[in-house]
Design a protein around this ligand. Sequence first.
Ligand code: GAP
Length: 458
Amino acid sequence: MVKDMQTIVNFCKSRGFMYQGSEIYGGIANVWDFGPLGCRLKNNIKDAWRKRYIQERENSYEIDAAILMHPRVWEASGHVTSFFDPKMDCKKCKTRFRADNFITDISKGEINGDGLSYEEMEEYIETNNIKCPVCGAHDFTKIRKFSQMFETYRGTTDEDKSIIYLRPENAQGEYVNFLNVQRTTRSKLPFSIGQIGKAFRNEITPGNFNFRTIEFEQMEFQTFCKKGNDSEIYNYFKEYAEQFFKDLGLSVENLRFHNHEKLAHYAKEACDIEYQFPFGWGEINGTHNRTNYDLSRHQEYSGKKMEYFDQATGERFIPYIVESTCGADRLTLMTICEALKKYEDKESERTVLELDPEIAPYKMSVLPLIKKKHSEKAKEIYKELRNYLMCYYDDSNSIGKRYRKSDAYGTPLAITVDDETLEKDVVTVRDRDTMEQEKISVNEINEYAPYALKKRRR
Ligand code: GAP
């Protein structure tokens, strides 16, 4: 595993996984664009989530709610009054810090800044004589609240403009549609609504590549249940999320649970799953027992009943919600951090992205051994293969360089077309991780591909 963040950033840029947002204008802080490879990887991660959380589960439905919601939604959710970060500036060099993360980082994770009050954070910085990591001064402003909500305006004339927010989380789209989905699917509790979509937060960030960005995609999943079943469902989804990450190819030693010390006022239980990034442990997933707070607030603010009618008992009540949430961009970075390996060879260094085949951007590469002699047959094979799996054709440079590229793209199998293919319809299949080669017949690739990929699952 590559332990150095700069190597990962360079790899992502040079291989087309991620680029700095608006780079030709000097970039925009904490905004990243996904390139051809990164886009495929992220889409595959979203598909894996969709399969695990929607397709393989009963009573689980996906929606796609609008990013722009009625401003009252964010009053009901509490975001307008309390979605703030603790902001602190260095008076000398003017660098801005998010104080809780700053303390967690500076104490190397020994102190969890998130669990401290503003006064406790100021006291920690004072008594430990903490210095600005940029200019070395010990001269900070007091810690103040900084709203994370992005505001924009709507209206047909300048006079008639009213504030509207870019959603800071997907969850509220699921909550306001709770009754719509329950009625149209005729679901009984417990049932779940999931959603993949963009969220926006005006974050004060310490960098760390695309770990914390101001625009990102969340994969959120809300299970509506009866009070009394909530804790069992909460524990179930903690394990469910961990299993999802293991199935994506993450090693157990790089994952840990972190129970929240300071619970939000509405939460009964909350736990993060953290991943060990090269820059330290960072949250990738949250499981939250949100009680009936969200639906009660929407009932209060909208004036619409948010109750469930239990036909078996004749009871009416506002359901509890257990949330399982994770970020698609953070997961993309995490899978690259986990999979990127560098091996020393006799002549050169070999960079391999050992991704699980399920999420690999391409499943196969098709390579003619000699361009002039074998490209026609190789293209024919590629054109057939691309009908049912994501693959690419490559005849640039030498075969050795093409293998290197295929490995760095994370492609599990490389198919080489040579004289034997022309004579006997036999190709060579090379395994990315073991570099072992095997001869198979062209018409076997069809069956071989899905089988080989499945066999290689960890
Ligand atoms: N609905 C609950 C909620 O939004 P959260 O812990 O604030 O909870 C959920 O966010 C997940 O979204 C996180 O675990 C993380 O993976 C991702 N996420 C949150 N803020 C992010 C940011 N600024 N950049 C990238 N991903 C972020």
